[in-house]
Design a protein around this ligand. Structure first.
Ligand code: BGC
Length: 467
C-alpha cells in the first residue's frame, strides 16, 4: 500500500514535468541565428504577385455611416474616448479623391496588385438602397488600377458595416448573414470582370475577439459566449458567400478566400505548466478553431465555464480557392492570478519591439506559413508590415520577414503573393493615427505622401524578382 501511494505521489510530481518537457519538444519557439543569415540574398519567382494593402475606413475619408464612425464618437462608461487621443478617422488619407495619385505611388513601388475594401456603408447607406455613385467610384478605381498594370484585389468586409446593419445586431444574429451575402453578390456581379481575387472577410477572429471579448473594437462588448457565436456566424457567412458567388457568372474563374490573422501564443515561461495551459487555450480559440473548421468542417469553440459553441458545415473545407494570411507577430502568455482573465502578455527583454505591442519575430511568420499550409490551398500573404514612426526598424523587418517567407516557399509552402501593410500611414483603428505602418509617410495636414527610406528594401526585392 505504502509503495503504491509512493508511486502515485511520484507520478503526481513527475507528470507535470513530463508534460512540460513534451510540450517543449513538440512546440519549440523557433529562433534563427540572424548573424549567420544573409536576409536580403533571396530571389522570388518572376510571377510572384507583389502588392500593397489598405482598407476603406482607414484611408478613404468620410466613412461616417458605419459602426466604426459611431464608435469613434462614443465614450466608455468612465466618459473616456474609445480611440487613442480621441481621434476619429475623419478625412483619413482622402484616398477617395486621391486614388489616382495613390496608384502612381504603387507604380513607383513596382507592385502589380492592390488589396483594398469597398465600403458597404457607402454602397448601401440604407438597407436595400444602392448608391450608384459609390459603385461608379469603385469602377473608376478598378479601371485606373488596370490601366496602370495593377490588379485589383477586393475585400468585402474589413471591420466595417453600415449602421443599419449594426442596429439589427450585425453578425450576432445568424439571420443577418443574408444581408451580407446579398451585398457580396451585388459587388461580384458589378466587378467580376475587373476583379479576379476576392477576400470575403478580413480577420473574423479579430472582429470577434476585439469586438466581443476585449471590448476594444465596436460594439465594445465583453461576452465570451457572444464572441464564439459571432465568430461562428462570420465563418458561416464566408461559406455562404463562397457558395453563392461560385454560382454566378464569372464565379468559377474567380479566386475566393478568407483572410486569417495568425498570432501565435507561446508560453512566457517555458518551464511553467500554467503558462503552457494558457498559451494552448488561446491558440485553440484564436487559431485552431478556425483552421480546424476549414480542414474538417467542424467548428468547436470551447472556453470552460465561459463559452461553448459547436457548429458543423461540411462545405467549409471546399470553400477556399486560397487562404489569405495576415501576420504581424506572436505573443507570450503568462498565467496571472491577479487579473480577471488569469493571464497577461509579456515581452522578452531582448526582443526588438515595433511601435505596436508586437515584437519583430520573422520566425513566427515562417511558423504561420507552415501552419496554414495544412489547409492544402494556395496562399496569399494579404498583410504584413510594421508600425515604425522613426523608420529605424522597417528595413530590417522587411528583409527578415521576406527571408522567412522565402524559406517557407523553398520548403514547398504554396505562397502566390505578398501584400505589404500598408501603402501609406492611415487610421489604425483603436490606436488612431499614432501608428505609422506606411511605406509612404503621410502628412495629415497637407496630405503629402513621402516614400520612407525603410521602404527601399521592399522596392529592391520587388524589382529584383523581375530581373
Ligand atoms: C488589420 C489592419 C490593421 C493591421 C495593423 C490587421 O489586423 O487587418 O486593418 O491596420 O492589422 O494593425
Amino acid at each position: 500500500m505504502k509503495k503504491i501511494l509512493l508511486t502515485l505521489g511520484l507520478l503526481f510530481l513527475i507528470a507535470p514535468l513530463l508534460l512540460v518537457w513534451f510540450w517543449n519538444m513538440k512546440y519549440p519557439e523557433l529562433h534563427w541565428d540572424w548573424n549567420a543569415i544573409e536576409a536580403g540574398d533571396v530571389q522570388f519567382p518572376h510571377d510572384f504577385l507583389w502588392g500593397v494593402a489598405t482598407a476603406a475606413h482607414q484611408v478613404e475619408g468620410d466613412c461616417i455611416n458605419n459602426n466604426w464612425s459611431e464608435w469613434e464618437r462614443a465614450r466608455d462608461e468612465q466618459g473616456r474616448p474609445r480611440i487613442k487621443n480621441a481621434q476619429v478617422a475623419g478625412k483619413a488619407c482622402e484616398h477617395w479623391s486621391r486614388f489616382r495619385e495613390d496608384i502612381r505611388l504603387m507604380q513607383t513601388l513596382g507592385v502589380k496588385a492592390y488589396r483594398f475594401s469597398m465600403e458597404w456603408s457607402k454602397i448601401e447607406p440604407r438597407a436595400g438602397e444602392i448608391d450608384s455613385t459609390a459603385l461608379q467610384h469603385y469602377h473608376e478605381v478598378c479601371e485606373a488600377l488596370l490601366a496602370a498594370g495593377i490588379q485589383p484585389v477586393v475585400t468585402f468586409y474589413h471591420f466595417t458595416h453600415p449602421l443599419w446593419f449594426e442596429e439589427k445586431g450585425a453578425f450576432e444574429a445568424a439571420e443577418n448573414i443574408a444581408d451580407f451575402v446579398r451585398f457580396c453578390e451585388l459587388l461580384f456581379r458589378e466587378f467580376h470582370e475587373q476583379v479576379e481575387i476576392w477576400c470575403t472577410i478580413n480577420e473574423a477572429e479579430v472582429v470577434a475577439a476585439q469586438g466581443y471579448f476585449t471590448g476594444m473594437f465596436p460594439p465594445g462588448k465583453k461576452d465570451p459566449q457572444l464572441t464564439a457565436l459571432v465568430l461562428k456566424n462570420l465563418l458561416s457567412a464566408h461559406v455562404q458567400v463562397y457558395e453563392r458567388l461560385k454560382q454566378l457568372p464569372g464565379g468559377a474563374q474567380a479566386q475566393i478566400g478568407i483572410v486569417k490573422n495568425i498570432m501565435q501564443f507561446d508560453p512566457s515561461r517555458r518551464w511553467h505548466l500554467l503558462d503552457w495551459a494558457v498559451a494552448h487555450q488561446l491558440e485553440a480559440l484564436f487559431n485552431e478553431s478556425i483552421l480546424n473548421f476549414f480542414r474538417t468542417g467542424h467548428f468547436d469553440f470551447n472556453l470552460p465555464g465561459m463559452a461553448s459553441v459547436q457548429h458543423k458545415d461540411g462545405r467549409a473545407p471546399r470553400s477556399l480557392d486560397f487562404i489569405g494570411l495576415n501576420y504581424y507577430s506572436h505573443l507570450h502568455a503568462k498565467f496571472d492570478w491577479s487579473t480577471s482573465a488569469f493571464f497577461t502578455f509579456t515581452f522578452p527583454e531582448d526582443a526588438v519591439m515595433t511601435d505596436m505591442p508586437y515584437t519583430i519575430y520573422p520566425e513566427g511568420f515562417y511558423r504561420a506559413l507552415q501552419a496554414v499550409r495544412q489547409l492544402g490551398v494556395p496562399m496569399y500573404v494579404t498583410e504584413n508590415g510594421i508600425a515604425d514612426a522613426k523608420d529605424d526598424r522597417r528595413a530590417v523587418f522587411i528583409a527578415r520577414y521576406l527571408y522567412a517567407m522565402h524559406r517557407a516557399m523553398q520548403e514547398g509552402v504554396p505562397v502566390r503573393g505578398y501584400f505589404y501593410w500598408s501603402l501609406m500611414d492611415n487610421f489604425e483603428w483603436a490606436e488612431g493615427y499614432a501608428m505609422k505602418f506606411g511605406l509612404y509617410e503621410v502628412d495629415f495636414n497637407t496630405q503629402e505622401r513621402r516614400l520612407r527610406k525603410g521602404a527601399q528594401v521592399f522596392l529592391d526585392m520587388v524589382k529584383g524578382s523581375r530581373e
